[in-house]
Design a protein around this ligand. Structure first.
Ligand code: PGA
Length: 250
């Protein structure tokens, strides 16, 4: 049985005070939820304040990115250990916005994935095709490149710990959601890729979230697909009531 996981990717939103307020609002709304990993991913500057707020509650902390080196002259970067010691358990890697605006490639995602696992963080690796790629019929090829590239050199025991987020780029922040069937098809395909790269245990154990315009009114249909284990939620995670509703529908 794969444990469902719903993460809120707050992106570049919320000052520390605003992050604390949102976390405070979420605590009572989600206090009764059991059997789900609920992860909040605020900006770096709000990690510690958010952690202090959610410590002891059933909410976990994640970051939105990290660098692969452990320390040194890398101005502006943040290491895995810095995240861990700020209370993070998870880290999002290879989000399409990082690939589009900050030059992330499958190679850099792979280096970050290795560094995150070495440090004991659980990576949430984002994969997914752009609109032109879907229209050109190369969705599977792109997703396979993203997955194989990210997992290069990762052993099977470690691979099964990783969370994958399938996020079709055309569905992120656009209000266009993949239909539950479209998403399910790609999720099942990702299990096939993992089975080919490793074995069927890894294919079945890895948790795969869907992401892209998840809202309270479409979450249930998406989460009820057999290979969808939860969601990575952007816009709708910025409001306590909508994020709580999405978490509860898993
Ligand atoms: P969205 O973002 O829910 O606003 O589409 C999802 C994501 O980018 O993780």
């Amino acid at each position: 049985m794969r444990r469902p996981i719903v993460a809120g990717n707050w992106k570049m939103n919320k000052t520390s005070a605003e992050a604390v307020k949102l976390a405070e609002e979420l605590k009572p709304l989600l206090a009764d939820v059991k059997g789900v990993d609920i992860v909040l991913c605020p900006p770096f500057t709000s990690l510690e304040a958010t952690y202090k707020t959610i410590r002891g509650a059933n909410l976990l902390l994640g970051a939105q990115d990290m660098f692969w080196e452990e320390s040194g002259a890398y101005t502006g970067e943040i290491s895995a250990k810095m995240l861990l010691t700020s209370g993070c358990k998870y880290v999002i890697l290879g989000h399409s916005e990082r690939r589009t605006y900050f030059g992330e490639t499958n190679q850099t995602v792979n280096k970050k994935l290795k560094a995150a696992l070495r440090a004991g963080l659980v990576p949430i690796v984002c994969v997914g095709e752009r609109r032109e790629e879907r229209e050109a019929g190369v969705t599977q090829q792109i997703v396979e490149d993203h997955v194989a590239g990210a997992f290069e050199g990762i052993r099977a025991e470690q691979a099964s710990e990783v969370v994958i987020a399938y996020e079709p780029v055309w569905a992120i922040g656009t209000g266009l959601t993949a239909t539950p069937e479209q998403a399910q098809q790609v999720h099942a395909f990702i299990r096939q890729i993992l089975t080919k790269l490793y074995n069927s245990n890894v294919g079945q154990q890895v948790r795969i979230q869907y992401g892209g315009s998840i809202k309270p009114d479409n979450a249930t249909a998406l989460f009820s697909q057999p290979d969808i284990d939860g969601g990575l939620v952007g816009g709708a995670s910025l409001t306590a009531s909508s994020f709580a509703e999405i978490v509860k529908s898993v």
